[in-house]
Design a protein around this ligand. Structure first.
Ligand code: ADP
Length: 493
């Protein structure tokens, strides 16, 4: 076939660009933002105005040098020069490192301090979360798909269990309301009002779902990526793949992790261990967090965030019956993968093996991309050569088949195939066609057909991903916007 080119020869080395921690411009005590202060003023203002953050979650310090966080407590930031781990001081004067994604600057806190506020959670995910809770009056407030607006999602059993979604509107005075008769100065006031008065809602507002999932930290402690295997308790087997067995584990008896035990001889270990330092720093809600590696013994272990529902492919197949009629939820899954991929693209990081089997599903229907960049360290020629039997031919664009040319644009092609997998609830692309036949079709410009029931607008997006010319494919950033606007158009928010 003339396709026996090695992946390893044509590596486009990913460049990891670290984004510095978000810096906010200082706000003066009167609430004004200063002009360009002289250096003396600057010094003075930094003394007076140190950054204060509030903990969004509890965090238990484990390593010496780390500091525990208590939800809702305030901390003074001493050093935020590292992106993921900041040095802070608590009210008692204790100093230590904390995960920066567990806190929010006090002045920017807004609704985040409330348990009922769930940020960007989609309509579909809020519905499954509330249905799972199954309590009358259970509610969340989330960002509406129309930017700047908020939606209240409320569960009621009357006359039958369902979720109602209400836009929170604003009148000309800027007051918030759900029913025009009851306006309040702020959203928290409005929520409090409707805790006592249903005021036209299907039910009074009662509890919000408890047990909101806590995000993963970038590594298990600051600057930690080498994990002591003695601190890992290995539990049941979760599955096995290309590299060996994956087991659930507990780190230091409390943190859930997944442990991938790398079959010896399957990967170039030293290169991977080097890369793992960079990979632990990649952090996004839609990427499976790499916590670190146990590299001192053999086999080496890769320790990642644990995802309770396993691979997206199996999840789609297992839940086909309920998912097939819920195109909104399927689209939401695609949007989540797209968000994770847009983050990788922004950091010039190429996945190389994006497919439903390499995404994982967690609680609240969260979907995350796993195994990014790992393909570069595989030693098996059957996997790394485009002519090999394990090469993901069905996810590969023409330029990969012909020249093994990987880029974010080849990830886009694979993403289109992943969308197709999602909307067919886990069918095998190109059915039983042999790899050689698939290659022939792709070279001729033939593409996968529209999945049954799939909206035309969604299929149009898949087709954009399968443009034969890489430059004509959209970026993940653009794709994300397009998918969100399709979701807005198709569904009533
Ligand atoms: P490989 O990449 O070696 O082929 P996978 O990463 O696909 O192996 O893992 C094999 C299986 O193990 C997956 O299909 C999934 O069911 C399970 N698994 C892998 N990683 C996790 C994780 N982080 N959380 C939960 N289950 C996982």
């Amino acid at each position: 076939m003339g396709l026996m080119r090695s992946l390893k020869r044509n590596i486009l080395a990913p460049v990891f660009v670290s984004t510095p921690g978000a810096q906010s411009s200082p706000i003066m005590p009167g609430g004004t933002t200063p002009g360009t202060p002289s250096s003396k003023q600057k010094e003075k203002s930094s003394v007076i105005r140190s950054k204060v953050v509030v903990a969004l979650y509890n965090y238990k310090a484990i390593e010496p040098g780390d500091l525990s966080l208590e939800k809702n407590a305030e901390y003074e930031v001493i050093d935020d020069s590292q992106e993921h781990w900041w040095k802070v001081r608590d009210a008692q004067g204790n100093i230590g490192f904390i995960p920066s994604n567990y806190v929010k600057e006090k002045e920017l806190l807004g609704l985040q301090q409330y348990d009922w506020y769930v940020n960007d959670m989609s309509r579909q995910r809020s519905e499954s979360l509330l249905k799972q809770e199954d309590k009358e009056g259970c509610f969340v407030v989330r960002n509406s798909s129309t930017k700047g607006l908020y939606t209240l999602s409320l569960y009621t059993k009357n006359p039958h269990p369902h979720v109602k979604h209400y836009h929170i509107k604003q009148n000309s005075k800027g007051e918030y309301y759900l029913s025009e008769k009851h306006c309040c100065a702020s959203i928290p006031d409005l929520i409090n009002y409707h805790r006592h008065n249903s005021g036209g809602l299907a039910s009074r507002l009662k509890a919000s779902p408890c047990d909101r999932s806590v995000p993963a930290t970038a590594g298990l402690s600051h600057d930690k990526w080498e994990i002591d295997p003695q601190e890992l308790m290995l539990l049941e087997e979760l599955g096995s793949g290309q590299f060996g067995v994956v087991r659930r584990g507990k780190w230091r008896g409390s943190i859930d992790v997944a442990v991938k035990m790398m079959k010896e001889g399957t990967m170039s270990e030293d290169d991977f261990i080097e890369e793992a330092k960079v990979m632990t720093k990649l952090q996004h809600t839609n990427l499976v967090q790499l916590y670190g590696v146990c590299s001192k013994n053999r086999p080496i272990f890769i320790v990642t965030e644990y995802m309770r529902h396993g691979s997206l492919l199996n999840y789609l197949r297992r839940h086909e019956q309920s998912l097939v009629s819920n195109q909104g939820l399927l689209l939401d899954m695609c949007i989540q993968v797209c968000k994770g991929m847009a983050y990788l693209e922004r950091h010039n990081y190429i996945h190389r093996d994006l497919a439903a089997r390499n995404c994982l599903v967690g609680s609240e229907n969260t979907v995350k991309v796993a195994d990014f960049g790992l393909a570069r360290y595989v030693l098996d020629d059957q996997y790394t050569s485009s002519g090999g039997s394990k090469f993901p031919i069905k996810w590969a664009p023409p330029e990969v088949l012909n020249y093994t040319r990987f880029s974010s644009k080849s990830d886009i092609w694979a993403y289109g195939v992943l969308m197709w997998e999602v909307f067919t609830c886990g069918k095998m692309p190109y059915g039983r066609l042999k790899n050689a036949e698939v290659v022939e079709r792709v070279q001729k410009g033939l593409i996968l057909e529209r999945p049954k029931n799939c909206y035309k607008e969604v299929y149009d997006i898949m087709r954009k991903c399968w443009s034969p010319v890489p430059e004509n494919r959209p970026s993940f950033r653009v794709l994300k916007e397009q998918l969100i606007s399709v979701a807005q158009g198709l569904l009533v928010d």
